[in-house]
Design a protein around this ligand. Structure first.
Ligand SMILES: Nc1ncnc2c1ncn2[C@@H]1O[C@H](COP(=O)(O)OP(=O)(O)OP(=O)(O)O)[C@@H](O)[C@H]1O
Ligand SMILES: [Mg+2]
Length: 387
């Protein structure tokens, strides 16, 4: 991205401190030859919302963000900012702050001058600029680097300055493409909190790109999980995690046990009896669209399973499976187990240690019972097996 473009974008005439605006992508596609980088994508971001595009490499995150910013023009579809059609407008006319990985600092300006630039363009007073630049530098923990040139900073430090520069004029929406990618874990977590705080205080709309699930789940109001140039699911972090739309999303986000089986019958709203392959019958929850005889996958997160010794199962336990411990991974505050049933099916379990006084329960080779609530298994259609 060239310097002239950077300059024109930062110099845009948006008043400072305006509240967030809504962003909308309608039927957006981007083709390179025959290949679609993004296909028929719809996305509505509400004013002041923090939405994260999460997906693996090549899923179309950067292309989507670049189309929103105006650096790439879509092959088809419409882009609206605050209800206004900006599809044909250049980046500098879209009133958006951007932090892209290759979105360079001005090499001939010091760090302080880089930060001052967008403020000078907006006619902010010298005294106010000085104050804001000092605040901005403190925010990214680089107060001592004000007089350095970008080439005298590490990659991560340059990234933090770029972030401070995008935030300094309080844009009504901020687009960020992996802005924390080059930072080490501690600084990354600090900056995550910082960005969230800035988001809360400014009311700005944020579209954030990451391939880090934890980052997406902790930071966002909603997460859009991207797959092959489209959105596989967009929902709140806990909905994405607890009620994934399909098997692909379930396996992409976090760890899960995938139980294969067939729905025997529905027993109330979103509740089902399921016959698992291997013979067991369980109760589970899922979308109302499922019906008897559907092939399904039950998604069961390892940390939602509780362990019991073979004796002493409570009467009210609905779902249980018995097996032998095959692997033990001790993690200090918790333990990860692989438990194999007689039919060979393995389950991953993550258990909090303080709940188990009896260490024998989770030693290799011991037999134990896994129990979980019907609400803890989420059913999705078994896309690979249904006929
Ligand atoms: N200029 C281009 N010409 C041809 N293909 C492109 C071009 N830019 C991107 N693509 C292709 O479009 C797809 C989406 O790319 P994009 O950069 O949006 O992915 P991404 O989700 O940001 O990935 P990453 O996590 O690696 O940054 C990829 O398959 C990529 O190879
Ligand atoms: Mg990318």
């Amino acid at each position: 991205m060239n310097m002239a473009l950077t300059a024109s974008l930062l110099a845009d005439a948006t008043p400072i401190g305006k509240l967030g605006t809504d962003l909308r992508l309608q039927g957006i596609s981007k083709y390179y030859g025959d290949a679609a980088a993004v296909r028929q994508l719809d996305l509505d971001v509400r004013a002041g919302e923090f939405v994260t595009l999460l997906g693996s490499s090549g899923s179309g995150k950067t292309t989507t963000l670049m189309m929103l910013a105006g650096f790439i023009s879509p092959s088809e579809g419409k882009i609206l900012v605050g209800g206004k059609d900006v599809t044909r407008l250049p980046p500098s006319k879209r009133n958006l702050g951007v932090v892209f990985q290759n979105y360079a600092l001005f090499p001939h300006l010091t760090v302080a001058q880089n930060l001052a630039f967008p403020l000078e363009m907006r006619g902010v007073s010298k005294v106010e600029i000085k104050r804001r630049v000092a605040d901005g530098l403190a925010q990214v923990q680089l107060a001592d680097k004000a007089e350095r040139f970008p080439r005298e900073l590490s990659g991560g430090q340059q990234q933090r300055i770029a972030l401070a520069r995008a935030l300094i004029f309080k844009p009504q929406a901020l687009l960020m493409d992996e802005p924390l990618g080059a930072l080490d874990k501690n600084l990354r977590e600090h900056m995550q909190l910082e960005i969230r705080r800035l988001h809360r205080n400014s009311g700005a709309t944020v579209v954030f790109v990451t391939h880090d699930q934890e980052e997406a789940l902790t930071m966002s109001d909603r997460v859009a999980v991207m797959q092959d140039g489209g959105i596989a699911q967009i929902a709140s972090p806990n909905e994405i995690y607890d009620r994934p739309a399909n098997k692909w999303v379930a396996q992409f986000i976090g760890q899960s046990n995938t139980l294969h089986g067939t729905i025997a019958r529905s027993v109330g709203k979103g509740k089902f009896i399921v016959d698992l392959e291997g013979g067991a019958t369980i109760q589970a929850s899922g979308p109302d669209t499922l019906k008897a005889n559907d092939r399904i996958c039950g998604i069961l997160r390892p940390e939602k399973i509780a362990l019991r010794g073979l004796a002493g199962l409570d009467n009210d336990v609905v779902n249980s499976l018995t097996g032998k411990v095959r692997e033990v991974q001790y993690l200090g505050h918790m333990v990860k187990l692989a438990v194999e049933q007689a039919n060979g099916i393995r389950m991953q379990v993550v258990a909090q240690l303080q709940k188990f006084a009896d260490a024998d329960v989770w030693s290799e080779g011991s037999s134990l019972t896994l129990v979980w609530d019907p609400e803890s298994v989420w059913l999705v259609p078994d896309s690979e097996r249904s006929s």
